[in-house]
Design a protein around this ligand. Structure first.
Ligand SMILES: NC(=O)c1ccc[n+]([C@@H]2O[C@H](COP(=O)([O-])OP(=O)(O)OC[C@H]3O[C@@H](n4cnc5c(N)ncnc54)[C@H](OP(=O)(O)O)[C@@H]3O)[C@@H](O)[C@H]2O)c1
Length: 263
């Protein structure tokens, strides 16, 4: 029997890339990457690893239906800050999965609650993951070199008090394994019921800006502001047998080397 095919939206990006990496490491699935540019360097790199690379754009539903043909499971994301609403992108993913009769859609709409509701009411079998805050955000923007003192870094989370605990996930290291584990468990009815009942919260590590600063042991400061973020703690990862990266480990392996190499 041939391996089940898993299609990944955003395969050339952070989250989809993590899922593709975990699928390849698992070895039991065929992988199809969906991209708007099948000739890009990242698309070519995926091809060289044995990944099928096909065209698909979230604003063109017909292209997504075609990209989902023959697929067992889809990992989907929507993309913010473009001219095309995330709600439209999300609805296109759900509608295309339904039309292509995809047995499992695993989605990370990331608090885009209208799409969550749409997926829930569509009849498309869907597992919705909420990741919390990506640890990668530190390197991608929250840590900034001080304008007047190059030896100093600022840690800025503008709408948060520095003592508010944030639910954190190392997306590059952990999201892919979480998604693959969900796909692996899908044909077990007990798991299916559990995974579809509630949003899967995959952000087990809580750390406030103050915690992050003391972990990094760097002369950084938090931008203080009024704000409050509530997030339920992880519910299911332990049961799936997934150990995720702690902030301390991420800080040692990624953030401190980043700060040192940029001194
Ligand atoms: N919770 C958090 O802390 C946090 C942090 C960052 C991001 N996010 C969420 O993560 C998502 C972004 O994921 P990411 O960080 O993996 O993004 P990313 O690294 O910027 O990559 C974006 C991916 O989306 C694909 N893409 C863009 N527009 C597309 C379209 N119209 N049709 C099909 N594919 C398209 C790109 O593929 P091609 O260019 O190859 O087509 C690329 O692979 C968003 O939902 C964002 O809100 C959350």
């Amino acid at each position: 029997m041939s391996a089940k095919l898993v299609a990944v939206i955003g395969a050339t990006g952070t989250q989809g890339g993590s899922v593709v990496g975990a699928l390849l490491a698992h070895g039991g699935y065929s992988v199809r990457a969906i991209t708007r540019d099948t000739n890009s360097a990242k698309a070519q790199a995926l091809k060289s690893k044995g990944v099928q690379v096909v065209f698909g754009s979230l604003t063109d539903e017909a292209s997504v239906v075609k990209a989902f043909e023959g697929v067992y499971a889809v990992f989907g994301i929507t993309v913010p800050f473009t001219n095309d609403s995330e709600e439209l992108q999300g609805r296109n993913i759900v509608d295309a999965a339904k039309e292509a009769k995809v047995p499992l859609l695993v989605c990370l709409f990331d608090q885009k609650s209208e799409v969550d509701k749409y997926a829930r009411s569509s009849g498309q079998p869907t597992v919705i993951i909420h990741t919390g805050v990506f640890m990668e955000n530190l390197i991608k923007g929250h840590l900034q070199r001080d304008a007047s003192d190059p030896n100093r870094w600022n840690l800025a989370y503008p709408v948060l008090r520095p003592d508010v605990p944030l639910p954190l996930l190392c997306v590059g290291g952990d999201l892919g394994r979480i998604v693959v584990s969900i796909i692996d468990h899908w044909e077990d009815d007990t798991w299916k019921a559990k995974l579809t009942k509630d949003v899967l919260v995959a952000a087990p590590h809580l750390a406030s800006v103050n915690d992050m600063i003391s972990t990094l042991k760097k002369p950084v400061y938090g931008l203080v502001n009024d704000g409050y973020l509530q997030y339920p703690q992880q519910t299911i990862l332990e049961e799936l047998g997934i150990k995720t990266t702690s902030f301390e480990t991420y800080a040692q392996e990624k953030v401190l080397p980043y700060l040192q190499s940029n001194q």
